[in-house]
Write a protein that binds this ligand. Sequence first.
Ligand SMILES: *Cc1c(COP(=O)(O)O)cnc(C)c1O
Length: 390
Amino acid sequence: MLEFPQNSRKLMKTGSEMFRKIPFIKPSLPSPEDIAVDLKEIAENNWYTNFGPFERRFSRGIAEYIGQGCLASTMNNATSALMIAIQATLGQGDRTRSVIVPSFTFVAGPEAIVWNGYKPLFVDIDPETWQPDAQQAAELLKRERDNIAGILHCNTFGVGSPYIGSWERLSSEYEIPMIVDSAAGFGSEYLDGNKLGAAGTCEVFSFHATKPFAVGEAGAVTARDHALIKRLDAIQNFGFEGGRASMHLGMNAKLSEVMAAIGVRQLETFDGELMQRRYIAEQYVRALGSMVVFQDNTLNSSLCFLSAAFPNKEQKRSVLAALNEAGVQARDYYNPIITEHPYFAEMAGDLDLSNSVDIAERVVSLPLYTGLSTDDIQYIADVVHDTLDL
Ligand SMILES: *Cc1c(COP(=O)(O)O)cnc(C)c1O
């Protein structure tokens, strides 16, 4: 529960604003009644997991949604999906070789790299787009190709990177697999209008309750390579392929029927969900656009939340504090950057990561979900205006 300080200037303004409380995340899930219908069917099927009818429908639905000749391997969450995607494309590492990954991302990616026996090799982001810096990676690959086993690209905040083409060229020129962490970006588009999901060797999505496509706990890997999808399906099921003999180092990361059923329902309503999210984002841009900078290609993304960069870190800190005091939950992803997490500090390397540090110090992530009203957005914009004394 949020605490509401009684002395807040903002909260005292009018009675109706006294108790305004805006959470950071509010997933649009199917109604309990609809979920109950599916539960009944699952019980009648007597089939609760292991690629049951709902899971089959969900993975076909994801593939159809992304198009471009992709298939999908659903999993229980995106972190295990990242671990399995690395295992399926790079195999087990011996802790001597590296996987390139941005330092401005969520910890799950670097964690999945270490779990597979590779060292994370952190690269910076581009200061304009906050997307992984392809130029820095190109220099690395030129210098030490033999030490590099793979690339874990990340579409920052689920926004399709304008540089995805450059990264794909690096991946093919140096013959290095590239996994794309698009966890927050199911439904987002690249600049060419294609949906995220078909780039690199494979792409990884999360359907965690905090993502625009919310299931609760679920994830998927998508790829054009159908043999790779088969391998991903095997590794998530103890390495079994066909029968019950282990063909790979496997684990258990299967998606249960209950979660798959929620996913199937979410697919039916997702276009409408995205339209509403983009409409809300446009209102934010109108209300805040003169004070902050947004990521390129934001409005063609699925908008997990809306991240805005303030001109300096002092302003960002004041705005975060003021929003909190006014009952608005906001975040500052990804602060600290990965190399500042205690576990990863010793893996920081010596590359210049100053853009990651700078953006992490200036970004505020604002709530964005269906049901956030025009009034709510105006209220948030007023808090920002008042704080910056504009
Ligand atoms: C949410 C997220 C993840 C983790 O997804 P889970 O489904 O919660 O495991 C990984 N990477 C990024 C970039 C994310 O935003």
